[in-house]
Ligand binder design. Structure first.
Ligand code: ADP
Ligand code: MG
Length: 604
């Protein structure tokens, strides 16, 4: 069918995700319940077909020994390769096959290889993608840890094959994270470190991004270090505090599940109460844990990432990497505030938390997949958009996202940023029409996207417009920093406009073209003046006493000219533009003095 489409998969130790690039916009696809994380779990808790994903994860407390998780630890390895500790920690029985392959032995009749179990997870992801995209998919890019050897990579490919997926490329997880990070910085060259602390594994990789290429310079990791270990430490603390003594497998699973919940909640809260209703017969327990107490428990585990990270840094240094500019955090466990604090303390780098900890690897895989297939979707010509659709941008201008006469279905998107410092939200006003100024177009709807306040240009909101065959416009605004989505559905407005209204709008836009254009130029010039005037004021306050009197008089005159042009009723954009230019010219000396003062460290 649609042979072009390739999906991107993050086959994680704990959670797996599937994504795709749609109209230049990488997205993680959600299952029917709207969930984007699929637990990498398979369970034979019930008779018949094994449960996969969420259902399997839920069954782990009832049937812990028939539920398989973290199978990624075993893929592409042999039985004799495993340590006794690894076999014991697996949580499910492992036996050796005839060729020394690892077999998960649920019961004598139910034996499965790690590849087969991984294939069940991959098949689930394939299905999620097919349902979300409403088309069959058969090609994928899959991510694996940078430290995976060839056998492990090949085994991952075979698992995909069993799931009905052809692997177009295997890429390294840190590379995928860097791809997601660098999507809009492809021209930059930078050396970045990716610190990935997930559920069962930790790794730190140092990469060089140059001209859109990403090269892993060094990588170090521990395949047995992650959120699960933190859960174990907390569960042990619960068991000790409550003096529970010997635990049944079910009790242990319950303690671990509670430990994880408490841990995750304490990334935000200061204190949490863990409740164990009817834990043993009719006995119920309750236990409070504070953030400082949790941190005391977690510190030794988190400290274990330090020498590993150091190794990767040292290796990069030995390969001539002088400086790592950025430390990018990914993996669910990097949400823990203590991790962030420690990293800053250890490496003196402010961790970059711009990436979604759960999704960035899947997004990177999707981006790679999108690059491979060119992501051109065959468009069925059904209808066209009668009028342009866009949003209002800074200064009240219309920014067209889908131009008039685009065939539907159609999708297009653009990335926007905050125009001023400490802006807390962005109002997305959805407009339809052909006029240059927002106010002259029709307002179809509005949605406000809140974001974490930061300096001008730090927030990133991706806005995607999609018109389906049904003519419904769906506006998706995503804060790319938090991954939070805001969806606005506009029924019938996009296509269902009566012909007369369209005609009027179009003819008005032609009639008003000259005025409109002037108005746009005016607005742009006005924005420039509004930037210029306070800047000149500040510079004068700082170094005005060093500027020759002649220049001062010139600056004053030019400032007055800009002010009066701004006040003009007729919005004379030519006058304003030339006034701006004159002010620019008049402040040359002032600018030079300012630069000099900055260099000599003048502080008056
Ligand atoms: P993997 O790459 O191993 O599949 P993920 O990156 O999905 O794993 O991370 C899963 C881990 O992240 C789990 O151990 C989970 O408990 C942990 N995690 C998720 N959210 C939080 C949070 N808010 N605070 C602490 N840990 C979290
Ligand atoms: Mg991961």
């Amino acid at each position: 069918m649609n042979e072009e489409l390739i999906i991107g998969i993050d086959l994680g130790t704990t959670n797996s995700l599937v994504g795709v690039v749609d109209s230049g916009f990488p997205l993680v696809l959600a299952d029917r319940e709207g969930g984007r994380l699929t637990p990498s779990c398979v369970s034979w808790a019930t008779s018949g077909e094994p449960l996969v994903g969420k259902e399997a994860f839920r069954s782990r407390m009832i049937s812990p020994e028939r539920t398989v998780s973290s199978i990624k630890r075993f893929i592409g390895r042999t039985f004799s390769d495993l340590t006794a500790q690894e076999r014991e920690d697996a949580g499910f029985p492992l036996v050796a096959g005839r060729y020394d392959e690892i077999l998960v032995a649920i019961d004598p009749e139910t034996l499965a290889t790690p590849e087969e179990i991984s294939a069940l997870i991959l098949a689930r992801l394939k299905k999620i993608a097919e349902e979300a995209l409403e088309m069959p998919v058969s090609r994928a890019v899959i991510t694996v840890p940078a430290y995976f050897n060839n056998t492990q990579r090949e085994a991952t490919k075979r698992a995909a094959g069993l799931a009905g997926l052809t692997v177009e490329r295997i890429i390294n997880e840190p590379t995928a994270a860097a791809l997601a990070y660098g999507l809009d910085k492809l021209e930059e060259s930078a050396t970045v470190a990716v610190y990935d602390l997930g559920g069962g594994t930790f790794d730190l990789s140092i990469l060089q991004m140059r001209d859109g290429f990403f090269e892993v310079i060094s990588t170090a990791g521990d395949t047995r270090l992650g959120g699960d270990d933190l859960d174990r430490v907390i569960a042990r603390h619960f068991a000790a505090t409550l003096a529970l003594g010997e635990l049944s497998p079910g009790e242990e699973a319950t303690l671990l599940a509670r430990a994880r919940e408490v841990k995750e909640a304490l990334s935000i809260e200061d204190s949490v109460t863990a409740r164990f209703p009817f834990f043993r017969g009719s006995a119920s327990f309750e236990l409070e844990l504070s953030r400082p107490a949790l941190e005391k428990l977690l510190t030794p585990v988190i400290e274990r990432t330090r020498p590993i990270a150091r190794r990767a840094f040292a290796e990069a240094a030995s390969k001539g990497v002088a400086e790592v500019e950025r430390l990018i955090l990914v993996g669910g466990s990097t949400r823990i505030p203590l991790v962030r604090e420690k990293l800053q303390e250890w490496f003196g780098l402010v961790p970059d938390i711009s990436q979604h900890p759960d999704e960035s690897i899947a997004l990177g895989a999707a981006i790679q997949a999108g690059m491979l297939c060119g992501r051109v979707r065959q468009i069925i010509l059904v209808d066209v958009t009668p009028l342009s659709l866009g949003i209002e941008t800074f200064g009240g201008l219309m920014n067209v996202i889908i131009p008039r006469n685009s065939t539907i279905p159609v999708k297009a998107g653009e990335l926007f940023t905050n125009a001023v410092d400490h802006q807390e939200s962005m109002a997305i006003r959805v407009l339809q029409g052909e006029r240059e100024l927002a106010k002259d177009n029709w307002l179809l709807g509005e949605v406000t996207v809140p974001f974490t306040p930061g300096p001008k240009g730090s927030a990133r909101v991706g806005v995607q417009f999609a018109i389906g065959l049904d003519g419904i416009l769906e506006v998706l605004a995503r804060d790319t920093v938090t991954g939070e989505d805001h969806v606005l559905e506009i029924r019938n407005a996009a296509i269902d406009v009566d012909d007369e209204a369209v005609e009027r709008m179009v003819s008005e836009s032609i009639d008003c073209a000259f005025d409109d254009m002037n108005e746009r130029i005016w607005t742009e010039a006005k924005l420039k003046s509004e930037e210029l005037l306070p800047a000149v004021g500040e510079a004068l306050a700082l170094v005005g006493h060093l500027v020759p009197a002649d220049d001062l008089a010139g600056i004053e005159a030019a400032t007055a000219r800009v002010r009066s042009a701004l006040e003009s009723e007729s919005h004379d954009s030519t006058a304003l533009k030339s006034a701006n230019a004159a002010l620019d010219e008049a402040t040359q000396t002032l600018a030079a003095i300012l630069v000099e003062a900055a260099f000599s460290g003048l502080d008056s």
